[in-house]
Every structure is written in structure tokens, then in C-alpha cells.
Design a protein around this ligand. Structure first.
Ligand SMILES: Nc1nc2c(ncn2[C@@H]2O[C@H](COP(=O)(O)OP(=O)(O)OP(=O)(O)O)[C@@H](O)[C@H]2O)c(=O)[nH]1
Ligand SMILES: [Mg+2]
Length: 227
């Protein structure tokens, strides 16, 4: 199975240099980046290290996923965001899960043995909202094993599964849309426990309230979609 590792970036020059050396680039046949229009030297940093960078016509993570799939012929594709939240040591495990028969492999921050950024405090609004969206998706669509982290972007997918899901979401909600469609199609979703780290610099572009509204709308649209 041909493997591609995709690095997703939008202005990550503060965190990227601190993580780049830990990315197991030899775990994939091909490593490239999809960039949402960085203007802080991110693209130059990657290019100087031999990583090919594909641009996007429109911004957003959803768009980035589709650009990535169009840019490779690999059968197994893992998406990695180098901002500190994701542990690069989990990348080989995601590829192995896909090779072991998973259609989609998710690094879960919610399952037994995992750690969520908010687990250090008793007040965990992001985690609770995430769990609520997960519960809604599982209740509505899942007939297989419960998927604990339907939203995490740290995941891998098989090309044929991606084509069947055909997610059209533009931004941060693409992962949730993929999870719902995978469940509905009866695809095999495998999760691996991960430890979520802190952002190592730079800025988040996922503001909670607008992102939450987009999630609600996407959930509604998937519920109304004909099978
Ligand atoms: N290719 C691409 N990557 C993007 C785009 N927008 C965000 N990203 C990357 O996607 C990853 C996740 O975005 P974040 O802003 O960190 O969102 P988040 O992880 O929910 O927020 P934090 O908890 O603050 O890190 C980061 O590596 C971003 O650089 C985009 O339009 N295109
Ligand atoms: Mg992040």
C-alpha cells in the first residue's frame, strides 16, 4: 500500500521548526505539505527542507484535504498538523491501522489511555462540546464500534474510502463530516489513543463559537441527507 504523509499548515512558523525534526518522514513513501496561504515563512521553511508545498485556491482545512487527495496517488494518506497539538510519534500507527484494514484511522483524545489538552482542569468546555457532537453522530449514524473522537483532524484515510465519503465541507468541520459519512457507509473506523499537546506558538484560526455553529449546521445537513 502506497503511503503519503500530508503536513497541513497555515502560518505555523513558530511551532513548525520545533516539531519538524520529530516527524517520522521515513514512515511514508511520499511527504508533502498543503498550505492555506501562509505569509510567515512556513512555505519557505518546508521547501528548504525538500518538502513540496501545494497551495490552495480557497482557504480552509476541508479544501486542504481535497487538494491533498488530488495531489497524490497514494492509497493510504495521513494528515498531520505541526502546531504542537499532535504527537508525530503516532503517525506510523495510523498508517499501520490503514494497512490492517481500517478505512479511516483516528488518533483519539477521548478513549481509554488517551489525553486531552483540557484533562488538566475540571472545566473542559471544548472536550464536552466535542463529546456531545460525537454522541449525536454515533447515535444517528453508527452501527459499528463507538467512535470516541469524531472531530480530531489527526487521522488517516484510504483513498477509496475518501472518494466514497466525498466530503465537501470547506473548513474545520471536514473531519466531523468524514466521520459521520464513514459511519453511515458502514466503513471501518479504527481509533488509537493519543496524547494531545499544547500549541507551541502561532495562532489558532478555529474560534469556538463560529466553528460550533458550522458544526451544528453540518450535523443538521447530514441528518437531512438522504441515505
Ligand atoms: N492547509 C491548511 N491548513 C490549515 C488551514 N487552516 C488551519 N490549518 C492548519 O490546521 C491545523 C489546526 O488548526 P488550528 O488553528 O490549530 O486549530 P485547533 O487545533 O482547533 O486550535 P488550537 O487548539 O488553538 O491549536 C494547524 O496546523 C493549522 O496550521 C488551511 O486553511 N489550510
Ligand atoms: Mg491546533
Amino acid at each position: 500500500m502506497k503511503r503519503a504523509l500530508v503536513i497541513l499548515t497555515y502560518n505555523e512558523i513558530e511551532a513548525l521548526p520545533r516539531i519538524f525534526g520529530r516527524i517520522p518522514r521515513d514512515s511514508a513513501h511520499e511527504v508533502f505539505a498543503v498550505d492555506g496561504g501562509s505569509h510567515d515563512g512556513t512555505k519557505e521553511f518546508l521547501a528548504a527542507r525538500g518538502v513540496r508545498v501545494f497551495g490552495q485556491e480557497r482557504r480552509g482545512r476541508g479544501e486542504a484535504f481535497r487538494v491533498a487527495m488530488r495531489s497524490t496517488a497514494a492509497d493510504a494518506v495521513v494528515f498531520f498538523s505541526p502546531d504542537g497539538n499532535e504527537d508525530p510519534a503516532d503517525i506510523p500507527g495510523l498508517f499501520e491501522a490503514l494497512e490492517g484494514g481500517a478505512d479511516m484511522a483516528i488518533a483519539s483524545r477521548m478513549m481509554e489511555g488517551a489525553f486531552n489538552e483540557e484533562d488538566v482542569s475540571w472545566f473542559r468546555p471544548r472536550k464536552w462540546v466535542n463529546l456531545a457532537f460525537g454522541l449525536a453522530a454515533n447515535t444517528a449514524f453508527n452501527r459499528g464500534p463507538y467512535v470516541t473522537d469524531t472531530i480530531n483532524g489527526f487521522r488517516g484515510v484510504r483513498r477509496d474510502a475518501f472518494e466514497r465519503m466525498a466530503p465537501e465541507a470547506a473548513g474545520f468541520v471536514i473531519e466531523y463530516q468524514m466521520s459521520m459519512r464513514a459511519m453511515r457507509l458502514g466503513l471501518k473506523v479504527v481509533e488509537l489513543p493519543t496524547r494531545e499537546g499544547e500549541r507551541l506558538g502561532g495562532q489558532s484560526t478555529a474560534s469556538s463559537i463560529p466553528t460550533g455553529i458550522v458544526f451544528l449546521k453540518t450535523l443538521g445537513r447530514e441528518l437531512l441527507r438522504r441515505p
